[in-house]
Design a protein around this ligand. Sequence first.
Ligand SMILES: Cc1cc2nc3c(=O)[nH]c(=O)nc-3n(C[C@H](O)[C@H](O)[C@H](O)COP(=O)(O)OP(=O)(O)OC[C@H]3O[C@@H](n4cnc5c(N)ncnc54)[C@H](O)[C@@H]3O)c2cc1C
Length: 402
Amino acid sequence: MASSETESKPHLKTVDVSNTEIAFAHKSNKELRRMSYLFRLMNKGWIVSTGSSLGLWLHSKGINIFNPMLKATIFKQFCGGTSLQDCQAAIDYLHVNKTLSVLDYGAEGKSTEEDFDRTMEENIKAITFASTHPSVPIISSKITSLASEELLRKFQSEGKLSGQESQEFEKVRNRLNQLCHAAKRNNMAVFIDAEETWIQDTIDTLVKDLMEKYNREKVVVYHTYQLYRKDKLSSLIADHQEAVTKGYKLGAKLVRGAYMEKERDRAKTMGYPSPIQDTKEDTDRDYNIAIKYCVDHYEQIASCNGSHNQKSVEYEAELIAERGLQRNHSHLNFCQLYGMSDFITFNLAEGGYNVAKYVPYGPVKEVVPYLIRRAKENTSVTGEMSRELSFILSEMKRRGMK
Ligand SMILES: Cc1cc2nc3c(=O)[nH]c(=O)nc-3n(C[C@H](O)[C@H](O)[C@H](O)COP(=O)(O)OP(=O)(O)OC[C@H]3O[C@@H](n4cnc5c(N)ncnc54)[C@H](O)[C@@H]3O)c2cc1C
């Protein structure tokens, strides 16, 4: 993922992600105040839960009356813009802060072949656009924006498809191949996001095939491992062993996972054991083991630590220091989402690590489900202040703002 390995900084001091002065250096007082209002609002569970249900319902009906309001608030915070060109300011802002950008076209849950082709074309446009921007070495894609969820589910649960469905499945493989081929030709990489368990086995099969094909010399394709799943630490290890046997490199983006409530609700309703870890501590334990596994095998695994958790980031920084590895080795990467955890991103960047932000973009109506996930992530169930808000308030206090 790194744009260059030449400026190696093999010193041992690890990262201090709590420096709010570095984290918010490029935010004016006015911007900080706007962010504090927004994060205060998202901190209130009942507002987020009512707003999310209403938002998803309106989205499913194609009703967009609140979109101008969303655009001025939560969209502005979490998205780079409505088009690629619109993302230029966000890309420049990140670049000034020594941070790379991962372009993420916001479409998901699409349903027609035309939609899937359109998303693939958007993704390829993003690769072409990024190839002229050295600080954008990667794009991300969701398979549910390139394939029908029903088709992915059926492939997983029934193992065989009708003639027509098999043709559709071939088209999905074809879209993914076009995407990875374009990335390889332009010296870029692709993150493939992880989604819900009932389609993830199919995604795993598709992505492993792509890695086998494209990750021979260097890592073009990154798979995603959700460590909130009980079985994903062992998948990571098995996939690494398979990659070694077959002679390709593993691309591994590590995340905790974004669909916990949905997964647990479905398991309960349908009466099967929840695939999600029983406790947060279990998720954190597997996440840390996965980080260590990737660092220990960094020559064959290009990893990306996709987390806003300060401890997870500090842990990897410590491992890198302990083992005397180059901080900016192209196989050791960190990534956060645009609009979140600048205190982690910019302090990592300042410390000389490879760090990027996911920059989602697209028409407001396309990114509504993504925005709802971000609002939920920043809400408080326990009444505690979210970590984003506490850092914003610390910086406001440091600046003497009321
Ligand atoms: C760069 C990047 C890419 C991402 N890509 C994906 C992706 O492809 N697919 C995807 O699903 N998500 C993705 N995410 C979202 C990611 O899963 C969430 O940001 C993440 O869940 C928040 O966790 P955290 O590591 O920031 O830390 P934390 O805030 O410490 O962890 C919160 C997470 O812990 C887990 N958790 C919370 N409570 C419990 C509990 N009681 N029991 C078990 N587990 C619990 C959940 O996963 C929850 O989201 C991505 C995030 C980033 C930063």
